[in-house]
Design a protein around this ligand. Sequence first.
Ligand SMILES: [Zn+2]
Length: 291
Amino acid sequence: MNKFYLFFALLIVLSGGALFHFQYVGNSVDANVNSRQESPGFNSLFDEIKKITAEASKPPVLPDTESKVPVVMYHYVRIVDKVKDPLGYDLSINPTDFEKQMKYLKDQGYTTIHLEDLLDKKVPKKAIVLSFDDGLEDFYTTALPILQKYGFTASDAVITGMIGQHEHMTNDQIRECIKAGIEITSHTVTHFDMSKLTKEQLHKQLAESKSYLEKTFGIKVDGFIYPSGRYNDLAVQTVKDEGYKIAATTKYGEADLAKDNILLLPRVRIDNRDSYNGFVKKLERVEESKK
Ligand SMILES: [Zn+2]
């Protein structure tokens, strides 16, 4: 039906063109311009065709996209004794619970995407970013095999000054993660509180970590995660100045790409305190917020 309409419009343009040519030959250029201005019929048809052409060149509106997306925040995926290490317990998710959560996402039809995919401002329906902070070794040894079992990807924020040190991934492990399709973002060099740094210190933390990751692994690093979620105006401005395109905090909530500052995206924290039911409830609340 659309094709027929376009064909019909084309036919009118061609016959209009022929008329135009006839007038041009018969009159001076000025007279011809005048005749066009005086003829409302010709003008409106001309406008209509311009409109049709403009409509046809617009990108198609995809009905299966949305602007709200949960960016889940994990740290350790390990077994921790709650009594002996309460702080560590709150920063961890038990591997069994983590696997149950991934199975839930699979069963519910979620698609895992990267932080940088949010730059499009539209994501597929039921998209989710699984973000892990600190470049911890158990991401490689424990989380990655589970993610791969469910065909999922994730994003890991690496502290470049901690690579290969206690509980943190080595360069080789990070390389394996990248080969497996994991997104690597920067989490500074030393995990300092960014709200307390000078412009020069911020520059060092942001530029050095970015260039280290890019040079060592041959990747482009557009994403940044604020250590402990701390920042001020100067920190956000420097993140931007150093060439990062997207950044996330620890502020709680789903990201709304239509409204949120792309350099201050909130996240949905998940740890042992949520267990399986808490995880489900938090995601159900995000789905509810989309209605
Ligand atoms: Zn951190």
